[in-house]
Write a protein that binds this ligand. Sequence first.
Ligand SMILES: Nc1ncnc2c1ncn2[C@@H]1O[C@H](COP(=O)(O)OP(=O)(O)OP(=O)(O)O)[C@@H](O)[C@H]1O
Length: 268
Amino acid sequence: MTTSPDLVAVRSLSVRFGSLAALADVSFSVAPGSFVAVIGPSGCGKSTLLRVLAGLVPAGAAVSADEVRVPVGPDGRRATAWMPQGDSLLPWRRALPNALVGARIAGLDRAASDARARALLEEFGLGGFERAWPHELSGGMRQRLALARTCLPGRPVLLLDEPFGALDALTRRRMNAWLASLALAGPSGAVVLVTHDVDEALLLADRVLVMSERPGRVVLDLAVRDRADARDRVLTALGLDPISPSARRAAPARAARDARSRRATRAR
Ligand SMILES: Nc1ncnc2c1ncn2[C@@H]1O[C@H](COP(=O)(O)OP(=O)(O)OP(=O)(O)O)[C@@H](O)[C@H]1O
C-alpha cells in the first residue's frame, strides 16, 4: 500500500528576530485533505509560522530549519494562498476587483478568473454585491470577500491567519458554521488556520496543533475525533481549565451516582 506524501512538512523550524526567539524547533506535517488549526497564546509565533509557509518571512528574521516543504505550482512558485489577519481589502476597489487582486498578481487568465470570481462570490453569499465598495459590506461579508480572494487562484494550500478575529462572537459563529459547510481543502488540498478560539479550532479542524508560550513550540499535535475529549486536551495543553461541555453534561449523572451510592451506604 502506498501512502500519499504530505503536502506540507516542517522539521526543526526556528525563527529569531534579533535576540527574540519567536519559534523554536517546530515540526509538523499536513496531509492532503486535512484542515489543521494552530492555536496558542498571543505572541507565540503563529503568524510567523504561516509567513514562513507562505514564503513571506519578515525582514530581519533569522530562519533555520531542516525542512520547510510546501507544494510548488507549474510556474515554480509556492502553491500557497495566504490570508493575513484582518481583511486587507483595497478600499478603492469594488468587491469583484478586490476578489480578483491575487489572480491578477498571479497573471491568471482574465476571462477565466472573472468567471470564477463571480461564481465564488455567489457561493460565498455575495452574489449581487460584485459592485459594492468594501465599506458598504458588513464585517462578515468583508471576511467572506477576503476569503474568496484567497481561494480564487485555486492554490492547494490555504493559510488563514485569524480570518474571523475581528468579528463579533455571533457573526464569528455564523462564519464558522458557513466555513465548516464548505469543502474548502478538497481531497488534494489543505487548510492551515491560525486561531485563538478553541471552539473554532475544534469545529473546523480535523487536527489541532497547540503551541507553547514564546518561543513557540508544538506541545500537542492532536487528531480531532471526539470533540469534547479533544477540547479537554487542548485546554489542558494551553494551561486552561479543562471543564468541557461533556464534563458538564456528565456532572449531573455523576452526582446522581454519588447520591445513590451514599443512600446505599446509609441503608447498610
Ligand atoms: N517583523 C518582526 N520584527 C520583530 N519582531 C517580530 C516581527 N514579527 C513578529 N515579531 C515578534 O515575534 C513574536 C511572534 O509574533 P507573531 O505575530 O508570529 O505571534 P502570534 O502568535 O501570531 O501573535 P498573535 O496571536 O498576537 O497574533 C512576537 O513577540 C513578535 O513581537
